[in-house]
Design a protein around this ligand. Structure first.
Ligand SMILES: [Zn+2]
Length: 1014
């Protein structure tokens, strides 16, 4: 029996009658979630054929819009990447707003952000903005589609940006595998083509053929953009009438040419020649994975009301008892499994995929792993309940429940998903289809899809560094080493025997009989009642020498959900690198042991996260309040349990070792952020140390650490919020105490001594010189370099300094992006932002580039700093006030989800700062700030070399860059150097010295620390 299966109609009626008593409201065009009681939807079609969805959300403190054009990179024709390039070029300027970058500048000056992406069949543009500026923002946005300038002088520069965007992806395995799927498919089909584009495909190759890249972009715009292919969604607190008036006046002028159609592609992206294949590939990171990919005869988009693949992925991707993953885990062969519609799918061709993360042992048994997946699929086809309305009903019931109480997305992500959905779903099903509510049970479609999941129809990609010698071919775009063959006979035999094919003998794989359909889900909430008590901030409910409990009942999100945060402080957990690694291993083992419980819980909307921290263990839980205590019990039982799953120890150790090894292949900008944290957090071990100690940690070490040391003394801080009463909070806390007592014998775990309470301290970067830490890149094949430059401001208890810091970044980020990326094209990833090291704030710049060394990038950041001073000085009083106002509006934005609100309060609790009304207080402080103060603040913290605390991390690619940089980086000697010809721009703005450090730990030991906030 399906547990929750009311008809969509009933919900609709309830939404409009119970929470919206007014009878004059127009009916919604489709079913909407209960939690969206304050939203009204309306669909309109303009005279030119453009369809728009208007959403009036009285609670929205941002407005947003998205426009989706039903043509994407499948319309590239012979010019690889041109549709993506066109997407970039539309941002430049328009006839009505000819100033370069006018649109993005306007949006960012008014509290918003913009972005766009090009998919196979669509190009999507979107932004958000403070609501009172929606109309002028839409006016600028609409010009993209009315009269863009696609300026000739921007073409080469922007092609550099696309080139750099592609180069940053070159060493990412996900991109490499995706390209390989394409490369090994039907070469006649547009799916097989390279879609991002780079400088060569966009500029060099056309130029060689005598074509003008600029004319090409214009031509593609004229051939593929037309009002009839566009879907627009606009969200704001405005009335539906106001939104409609805006949309009609701005978008009616978008030209319509009925001869322009969406490019449709044939269903032969893969042909029989491409099927029954095994693709072996060598990854960048040290991971073993296997993925099976099948084209299915039923398109999931065309059959979205029945969504057959959704049904199949629920079962193949299940992680509970009897599932594929459960058996693979038992055998020690897998650490992760994902199944569902593959990202290679497009609207008229679906692919089903099952991806498995393999252990070393699993990598050896890869063909058995594949055989087990086929065995399960075989079971689904032949078990009388494999395709059943009962299972469908439970899936549907949970989907309904999640739909009704879903957390409202931000307007920005809401509009984007709406326009994507509008291109493919009927209006009346729009939201349900977008949120995975399958509307009808259709056994025959499910069977049709299942019947396609056979070896003859499969493409298997096996990825492992151990396959290097067998991979003789090179994929041309990402240079992946691979090989392509038929699925070998011994694999087919293993599959045949596991599926009981008559031609083969019985399977040698043990445990196949354990494969079974999932049991009914015990975590589906029964009680959805809402509490009535409400508190504005967190309040302390208990405070003793073992724990402190905070509680904040908050039903304002109108969903029966709760969040629990729990930081178990254990003074031994992070005492040495060895202990830190053992704590981490414990976390991995606990999460692993919880798989079969956590998976059904997550299906029912209950999630937990367990992590080891510098203070102990952090547990975060969220979901329906009715079932949350049950999951919390399960998690605590495992965290505090002293017996280790011995058979899983080696697997988790291997997983951890791989994680440490793979750090070397992280993107350089991520490494810069990591090294910055290592340098500035007073107590933080480096992954290199973990790597060294891990091999010496054995099962007995971990076992004795957990039983004798780890939980000896504890202190726990807990925060509960949402649909949760004080009584139930205290009950949960009581359970925890009981559990600790059990573990430690009658008298319970001992409290931490006052002297043992954990602290979090941050290195105070010395003033008077720029400190530079240069680290060579750790991946010889990655020619990206990155630099992160931080100007430390100080702890966040100075409200005015916080306000100034934020205001400065608010003004600077747009200028920095324009100068460093749009004009200088230093790199696709270019940011200016405010950064916190625990509670210490700084102003940061971060750039990653494949064309320049980190030393050069830093010199360009330095050269930008006086330019920014000029901008600040030239700013009128009026502009200044506007910036302040925009920032204040952004800061006062209320959290949209319970989890966001909970995290905000939890940060204050966990850091010990307890400023629960921080946003309001900082906005108060902002009001008194003058333009002169902002300039003085900038000079003091950034420009004045005697006063500023400047620290930078450079990750320098091992490959040498062009001569521009001379000897500025890798071989730099330790010590102080006078700013000289090496760093020309340092000299111009600082006239001071630069201190290069090599041993970051030695440097760290010698610096002062900021006081701990805890
Ligand atoms: Zn792009």
């Amino acid at each position: 029996m399906p547990a929750f299966k009311p008809s969509p109609k009933e919900y609709l009626l309830e939404t409009t009658t119970t929470t919206m008593p007014s009878t004059t409201l127009p009916p919604q065009p489709f079913r909407t979630p209960r939690s969206e009681f304050d939203c009204q939807y309306k669909i309109i079609k303009l005279g030119n054929g453009l369809k728009a969805l208007l959403v009036s959300d009285t609670q929205a403190d941002k407005a947003a819009a998205s426009l989706d054009v039903r043509n994407g990179s499948f319309a590239d024709g012979d010019i690889n990447g041109i549709m993506h390039f066109l997407e970039h070029m539309l941002f430049y300027s328009s006839s009505k707003y000819p100033e370069e970058d006018a649109y993005s500048k306007f949006i960012s000056q008014h509290g918003g952000k913009t972005n766009a992406y090009t998919a196979n069949e669509s190009t999507n543009y979107h932004f958000d903005v403070n609501p009172e500026h929606l109309e002028p923002a839409l006016d600028r946005f609409a010009q993209f589609f009315i009269a863009p300038l696609i300026s000739a002088d921007g073409v080469e520069r922007e092609a550099q940006a696309v080139d750099s965007e592609h180069k940053k992806n070159l060493n990412i395995d996900g991109w490499r595998r995706y390209e390989l799927w394409k490369h090994t498919s039907n070469k006649q089909h547009v799916f097989s083509r390279f879609a991002t584009g780079d400088f060569s495909t966009l500029i060099e190759q056309p130029t060689k053929k005598g074509l003008s890249p600029h004319s090409l972009v214009k031509e593609w715009y004229e051939r593929h953009y037309s009002a009839g292919l566009m879907k627009l969604a606009v969200v704001g607190p405005h009335s539906l009438d106001d939104l409609e008036a805006m949309v009609v006046s701005k978008f009616s002028m978008v030209p319509a040419d009925p001869s322009i159609k969406a490019v449709t592609v044939p269903r032969n992206a893969v042909t029989p020649d491409n099927l029954g294949k095994l693709i072996k590939v060598v990854p960048i990171k040290d991971h073993h994975t296997v993925e099976i990919n099948f084209p299915t005869p039923v398109s999931e988009v065309e059959h979205y009301t029945a969504a057959p693949m959704h049904y199949i992925s629920h079962l193949v991707g299940h992680e509970g008892e009897g599932s594929v993953f459960s058996l693979l885990r038992q055998k020690g062969w897998a650490t992760g499994l994902v199944a569902g519609e593959a990202n290679t799918s497009f609207s008229n061709q679906s692919f089903f995929m099952c991806h498995v993360d393999l252990t070393e042992e699993g990598n050896i048994h890869v063909k058995e792993v594949v055989a087990i997946i086929f065995a399960y699929i075989h079971m689904l086809k032949h078990n009388k309940d494999g395709v059943s309305e009962g299972i469908w009903g439970e899936v549907r019931g949970i989907a309904d429940l999640k739909f009704d109480y879903r957390d409202k997305p931000s307007p920005y992500s809401m509009v984007t998903s709406l326009t994507v959905g509008m291109q493919v779903y009927e209006d009346e099903h729009l939201l349900e289809a977008l949120h995975g509510v399958s509307l009808e049970y259709d056994a025959s479609l499910i069977h049709q899809a299942l019947n396609a999941l056979v070896p003859e129809n499969a493409r298997i990609m096996w990825s492992s560094k151990l396959l290097e010698e067998e991979c003789g071919e090179v994929e041309p775009v990402y240079q992946s080493k691979y090989s392509l063959s038929d699925i070998p006979q011994d694999w087919l035999d293993a599959i045949g025997s596991s599926t009981g094919s008559p031609s083969s003998t019985n399977s040698t794989i043990e445990g196949l009989a354990e494969l079974s359909l999932p049991k009914s889900n015990p975590f589906i909430p029964q009680n959805l009642d809402m509490i009535t008590e409400h508190s504005k901030t967190a309040e302390k409910a208990v405070d003793d020498d073992r724990k402190r409990i905070w509680h904040q009942p908050n039903p304002s999100f109108k969903t029966p959900k709760a969040v629990a945060m729990m930081h178990i402080h254990l003074n031994e957990a992070y005492a040495t690198p060895e202990k830190a690694v053992m704590s981490k291993l414990h976390c991995l083992l606990v999460s692993d042991a919880l798989t079969e419980v956590a998976y059904p819980a997550s299906l029912a909307g209950l999630h937990y996260r367990l992590s080891s921290t510098a203070a102990g263990f952090m547990v975060a839980l969220s979901g329906f309040s009715d079932a949350l205590p049950r999951l919390m019990q399960c998690v605590l039982n495992k965290v505090l349990c002293k017996t280790i799953a011995e058979d899983r120890f080696d697997i988790m150790k291997e997983k951890l070792a791989r994680e440490y090894r793979n750090h070397a292949f992280d993107q350089p900008y991520n490494q810069a952020v990591y090294e910055m944290a290592i340098a500035l957090e007073a107590k933080r071990w480096h992954m290199d140390s973990y790597k060294q100690v891990l091999p010496f940690i054995g099962l007995s070490d971990l076992s004795s650490f957990i039983s004798n040391t780890l939980f000896h003394r504890t202190w726990t801080e807990i925060f509960l919020t949402g649909n949760v009463t004080l009584e139930s909070s205290l009950d949960l806390a009581g359970d925890l105490e009981g559990r600790l007592a059990e573990e430690e014998g009658r008298e319970g775990a001992l409290p931490l001594l006052p002297s043992q309470r954990t602290e979090c301290r941050v290195v105070k970067v010395p003033a008077g010189q720029a400190t530079v830490y240069v680290k060579p890149g750790t991946d010889p094949n990655n020619d990206n370099s990155a630099v992160m430059v931080c100007f430390q401001v100080g702890p966040d208890n100075d409200l005015q300094a916080n306000a100034l810091c934020e205001l400065l970044v608010h003004v600077a980020k747009r200028e920095a992006f324009y100068q460093l990326r749009t004009v200088e094209q230093l790199g696709y990833l270019t940011w200016c932002f405010q950064h916190s090291t625990v509670t210490v704030k700084s102003i940061c710049f971060l750039i990653q580039s494949s064309a320049h060394s980190a030393g050069y990038l830093e010199s360009r950041i330095s050269a930008f700093l006086p330019v920014l001073l000029e901008k600040l000085t030239a700013m009128t009083e009026e502009e200044f006030e506007k910036h302040k106002e925009q920032l204040a509006v952004a800061k006062l934005e209320e959290p949209k989800k319970l989890r966001e609100a909970a995290e905000r309060s939890w940060r204050e609790i966990d850091n010990g700062t307890l400023r629960f009304e921080r946003q309001r207080d900082e906005v108060e402080a902002l009001k008194d700030v003058s333009r002169e103060q902002l300039i003085d603040f900038y000079k003091f913290h950034v420009l004045d070399h005697e006063m500023c605390r400047r620290f930078s991390v450079r990750i320098e690619a091992t490959k040498k860059k062009e001569e521009e940089e001379g000897g500025s980086s890798n071989e730099k000697k330790e010590g102080v150097e006078q700013a000289s010809s090496l760093e020309p721009s340092f000299k111009t703005w600082m006239g001071g010295s630069v201190h290069f450090i090599k041993d970051v730990f030695e440097w760290k030991r010698k610096q002062d620390l900021f006081a701990s906030s805890r």
